[in-house]
Design a protein around this ligand. Structure first.
Ligand code: BES
Ligand code: MN
Ligand code: MN
Length: 458
């Protein structure tokens, strides 16, 4: 391994420069104006896979954004590792809060700033560059490798399920490796064994055909903004419990042993509050912060829109009000079923004076991995070699719909190795990636590939 590690060190600057190039491509999946850039990014990544030495790389078109597939299968008899990630990124607004433009990556201190730096281009490159080091140095890899890098993760992976079931043979693997999660904290390399799922809804309340004069109609016309606010207020009790009937029916309770394990993690609540700027943490009664975020469901309003929001005043009763509401789910909750329960409850809360329409925007299943497979020990050792620190086993509150889907199809271990930091601003202005972790991640990935060669994956 010495020559591989040396190669990674010698190429440190080039590996950073190449990451900068892909971050420059504004592959914002949610923006129709950027669909050309999303496609350009897919082709760019495909070329980079070939340049790294993969023997095959291909673009798969979907009704949405394309997927990039790559492979190197030159190690017969050795395990096959499927590496998943996403090349699409979140929108950049509010743009004026970025210190440097989101698609003109720049380095300040130890950090590389730019949209997609940590979520997820940097973490995809960690594995690609480790593989490149083997192939350029030895001409061969310790294991077989397949890449599936999608372009719709940030918008719910709508077309991924169809692709996965249609291409099952192509994706056969002994193990899945994903780097799209944060570490618990600086210097705590982490293996994530659980993710929350998601159900994302949009609710629109309408009353009159158009805005009404609030002097002529105030007191008799239902106000959609008020009605919607009322509905939202009834979705949760003051205990933090979600009020939708049946919502908790399938929630898997946290076992005592896991509660103890979570409580003993090096998690610093004060730092958690500092990094977010929260004045206090609140939530469901009876659970710790990590339990609330990782192992209990939640419900949040992502955005609301109604009436006059310009400067000054205008006296109207708005004709409509809209809210985007998402629920984070835990095993064994089912996103489609939760969408139905939500819909029923909201319709039940709505007064007859208004019309309520509800749309189910997307859903993704939660995931909880059995982590007793030998691959997890290899993953832990790889992280410890790469970071020189003990690794932690954690869960996360975010969602990656691919994980539960691929697990259902392959029934193989899914190893989620996180190289991001919790304060690297993914989805926010000034997203960044710690370049030390980028380097350590590449080294860890190299040790992982090497270690997996010796594991019986059957
Ligand atoms: N990388 C994140 C997922 C993530 C975030 C895992 C935080 C762990 C902690 C991913 O890119 C993401 O943002 N996922 C979306 C999925 C959604 C659009 C279906 C999410 O969690 O909001
Ligand atoms: Mn991501
Ligand atoms: Mn994301």
């Amino acid at each position: 391994m010495d020559s591989i590690i040396r190669y990674i060190e010698e190429n440190r600057q080039r590996y950073i420069d190449e990451l900068i190039e892909i971050i420059k491509i504004p592959s914002i999946s949610s923006s129709p104006d950027h669909s050309g850039e999303v496609v350009r990014c897919a082709h760019y990544l495909k070329d980079k896979m070939l340049a790294a030495g993969l023997t095959q790389a291909e673009i798969f078109l979907t009704p949405g954004h394309p997927l990039v597939y790559g492979e190197w299968l030159g190690a017969p008899g050795k395990p096959t590792v499927l590496i998943y990630g996403h090349y699409d990124v979140q929108p950049v607004d509010p743009l004026n809060e970025w210190e440097t433009p989101p698609f003109e990556p720049s380095i300040r201190g130890q950090d590389l700033y730019g949209r997609g730096a940590v979520d997820d281009k940097g973490q995809v490159y960690i594995h690609l560059k480790a593989i490149e080091a083997f192939l350029k140095n030895r001409g061969t890899l310790p294991v077989n490798v397949k890449f599936i890098i999608e372009g719709e993760e940030e918008i719910g992976s709508e077309h991924l399920g169809y692709f996965l079931s249609a291409k099952q043979n192509l994706l056969t693997a002994d193990l899945v490796v994903i780097s799209d999660t944060p570490m618990l904290a600086r210097d705590v390399p982490s293996i994530c064994y659980g993710l929350r799922g998601i159900t994302y809804m949009e609710v629109e309340v309408t009353s009159a055909q158009q805005d009404l004069h609030s002097g002529s109609f105030g007191g008799v016309a239902a106000n959609p903004a008020v009605v919607l606010a009322n509905i939202i207020a009834q979705l949760k009790f003051s205990s933090g419990h979600i009020a939708i009937p049946g919502f908790y029916d399938k929630v898997l309770l946290i076992e005592e042993a896991e509660r103890r394990a979570l409580a003993s993690l090096p998690f610093n609540e004060k730092m958690f509050m500092e990094m977010s700027g929260l004045k206090e943490v609140t939530g469901e009664y009876g659970y710790s912060t990590l339990e609330r975020v990782w192992a209990r469901p939640s419900l949040d309003v992502n955005g609301m829109l109604s009436g006059f929001t310009g400067e000054g005043s205008k006296t109207i009763i708005p004709a409509r009000a809209k809210a985007k509401i998402s629920m984070r789910l835990v095993p064994e909750q089912d996103p489609d079923e939760i969408a139905r329960l939500f819909e029923q409850f909201v319709h039940q809360l709505a007064p007859t004076s208004v019309t309520v329409s509800i749309q189910y925007l997307h859903g993704g299943k939660p995931f909880l991995a059995p982590c007793d497979h030998a691959a997890f020990q290899v993953g832990r050792q790889a992280l410890e070699k790469g970071f020189g620190r003990p690794a932690a086993f954690i869960r996360e509150g975010g969602s990656i719909p691919f994980v539960a889907t691929i697990y259902e199809i392959l029934r193989r271990p899914c190893l989620l190795l996180g190289f991001g930091l919790p304060d690297e601003n993914s989805h926010a202005p000034n997203e960044r990636l710690n370049l030390e972790n980028y380097q350590r991640g590449i080294v860890s990935s190299a040790y992982l590939l090497e270690g997996l060669a010796g594991v019986a994956l059957g």
